[in-house]
Every structure is written in C-alpha cells, then in structure tokens.
Design a protein around this ligand. Structure first.
Ligand SMILES: CC(C)(COP(=O)(O)OP(=O)(O)OC[C@H]1O[C@@H](n2cnc3c(N)ncnc32)[C@H](O)[C@@H]1OP(=O)(O)O)[C@@H](O)C(=O)NCCC(=O)NCCS
Length: 322
C-alpha cells in the first residue's frame, strides 16, 4: 500500500496589514463589532501589483525548502483557488512555470474555502494510485479582489494569503483518509453571482463581489465541520483522544469555537489564526498548518485533523499523521 505524507509546509502573507481601525475609515463598522462577531483583529491584503500566483509562489518555495527537495522532484502541482490570476491558463500552470518545471500535470481546483481539502484529496489519490510520487498542493487567494469594500457585512471578514504542502509517497500514513462533500442547492447562500459565462461585463469592470447570507452560512458551517469530525474518526476507528490537533477553516472564531464544542475537541487542541488572517478561503487551512508546524506546536508523528467549508456548499476533511 502506498500512502502520501506531508514532508514540508510553507506559507506567505502579503505585507499590507489592514486593521479593524482601518476599516472603520471606509465603512460604518467598529473594532468591537468585528471582534465580537468574528474574532478578527486584522487581515493581510495583497498589493495592487500582487496576484494569487505571486502569493502561491512564495508559499511553495518555503514548502519545497522545508521538504528538502528540488522543484524538479515534483511530479504534480495542484492549486486550490477561487481567485485565479487569469481565466486561463490555470494558476497551477503559471506557478509551474515560475518554479521552472516542465511536463508534470498542473491544474487548479475550485471549491472556495474548502478548496485545499479537495486539492489534498486529489493529490492523495494520485500518490496512492502510483500516478505521482511528489506533489505540491497549494491554497492561494486574493479574495480581497472579489469583495465589495463598501459592504460592511462582508468586507470585514476576508483576507489574502497562501499556504502550501509537499506530499511524498511513503510506506506508512501520512494521510489516513480524506472526506469530501458538496451540496449545490445552497449555491445562493454564499457566492459571487457572476462569472466568465454569465454577466462577464461585471467581472470585467471589477464589480464581481461576494454575497452571503451570514446567519445561514454560519449554521451550516458549524454543522458540516463538526459532523465531519465524527465521519473522519469513524472511518479510521479512532477516538477524539487520538487527535492531537484540529485545524478548522478559519472563517470566524465563533464558528471555530462552536465546531470544537459540538465535536468535543477541547480549545487547547484547536489551531486558530483567524484573528490575524481573517478568512483567506482556500489558503486558511495550509496557512494555519504551516504556522503551527513552524512554531513547534505540531510535532512529527502527531495526528492532525484538517477541515474546510465553503461556498457551494462544499466541505471536506483529512486526517494526517505529520
Ligand atoms: C456575518 C456574521 C459575522 C454576522 O454575525 P451575526 O452575529 O449573525 O450578526 P448579527 O445578526 O448579530 O448582527 C447583524 C447586524 O449587524 C450589522 N452589521 C453587519 N456587519 C456589520 C459590521 N461590519 N459592523 C457593524 N455592524 C454590522 C447588520 O447590518 C445587522 O444590523 P441590523 O440588525 O440593524 O440589520 C456571521 O453571521 C458570520 O460570521 N457568518 C458566517 C460568515 C462566514 O464565515 N462566511 C464564510 C464561510 S466560508
């Protein structure tokens, strides 16, 4: 049996910090409201000339360095993003060129804030079936580009960033299991209602923005991300005590706390970055993972349950031995 194992992590945040006080100057909001409703204190926003691939490249270089491999060792590149640089080629192809690699498959997956879990699932299957031996999996977003900065109900919640992992084939887990779900009937609750094939003029004029039914999304996110903890543990015949760390999608501290409570994972086992990153969509989980690996909380051999939830709805998890 072939397994895939995370052998390196990396992340990148744009330099520009936007605090809640900065947002008070552009919309009718305040630090107290934002912190009490979301836990967010600040977020990073990409510079005008910085695009998703730029963020992905920085995160990837760090993951490749941490893995102790060369870019040329990679035989698969998957980028999870909802904010690609171009309609096409994929951000993964742009990243491949930056990394100086030619030949191996490179493609994007789009599952919004659950995208990294979908990408990990695909890469894991490539490795398990012998189609790849060393994969780069990236979650990268410039979500600020699809936010209406005059809409206080959404603009306070999101940020930009990228996280990456290198997966390599191994004789032992590694990734124990992955679990993915989608339910398109909730498509209108969290979306950008225009795209390339539909009202492209709005995309072109830079007014393709995220809309959201916050309360509904909140309820669904809590249910989906706590239920999938049980699904993941059951599939591996493991108990909560076998989990060293939970890394939920970083959308809102109240969602994270409610997931921990409902899933019966104590707060000291839950990695939280949302207060400094905001919701970075597909980048949120690999960013949090890299941070906790680099600051020494996550140690080799520990079991980490990562999970995501996003528009679609889409949701997924992976149980990983580091
Ligand atoms: C958006 C969210 C933070 C709102 O929190 P909430 O507790 O439901 O908010 P409340 O219902 O208590 O408050 C809403 C009120 O605050 C106001 N409000 C909204 N945004 C505000 C802001 N940035 N500053 C001040 N007031 C704001 C609303 O206009 C509304 O006012 P009204 O009652 O006069 O109409 C919460 O629903 C949420 O996080 N949802 C999930 C969002 C998410 O994570 N999406 C991505 C998932 S991948």
């Amino acid at each position: 049996m072939i397994y895939s194992r995370i052998i390196g992590t990396g992340s990148y945040l744009p330099e520009k910090i936007v605090t809640n006080a900065d947002l008070e100057k552009i919309v009718d909001t305040n630090d107290e409201w934002i912190q009490s409703r979301s836990g967010i204190k600040e977020r990073r926003i990409a510079a005008d000339d910085q695009f998703t691939c730029d963020l992905a490249e920085q995160a990837s270089l760090k993951a490749i360095e941490a893995a102790g491999i060369k870019s040329s060792d990679l035989d698969l590149i998957i980028v999870a993003t909802t904010t690609p640089d171009q309609v096409f080629p994929s951000t993964a192809c742009l990243l491949q060129q930056r990394l100086g690699i030619a030949g191996p498959p490179a493609f994007d997956v789009q599952a919004v804030c659950a995208g990294f879990l979908f990408a990990i699932d695909v890469a894991d299957k490539f490795i398990k079936t012998g189609s790849a031996r060393c994969a780069l999996v990236v979650g990268a977003e410039t979500f600020s580009r699809i936010i209406d900065w005059t809409d206080r109900t959404t603009c306070v919640l999101f940020g930009d960033g990228a996280g990456a992992v290198v997966l390599r084939a191994a004789d032992e887990p590694g990734i124990y299991s992955t679990h993915l779900h989608s339910d398109g009937k909730y498509k209108d609750l969290l979306c950008v209602p225009v795209g390339v094939s539909r009202n492209f003029k709005q995309v072109n004029s830079g007014s393709a923005f995220t809309t959201m039914e916050g309360g509904e999304v909140f309820r669904w996110a809590v249910t989906a991300m706590s239920d999938i903890v049980d699904e993941t543990l059951d599939a591996n015949r493991m108990s909560r005590d076998d989990i060293d760390w939970l890394i939920p999608h970083q959308a809102n501290i109240r969602i994270i706390n409610a997931v921990g409570k409902r899933a019966k994972i104590p707060p000291e086992k839950v990695i939280v970055t949302v207060e400094r990153h905001g919701n970075t969509s597909a980048a949120s989980v690999p960013l949090a993972l890299d941070e906790a690996v680099r600051d020494g909380r996550i140690k080799p051999g520990q079991n980490v349950l990562i999970e995501g939830f996003g528009g679609g709805f889409t949701w997924g998890s992976a149980l990983v031995k580091m």
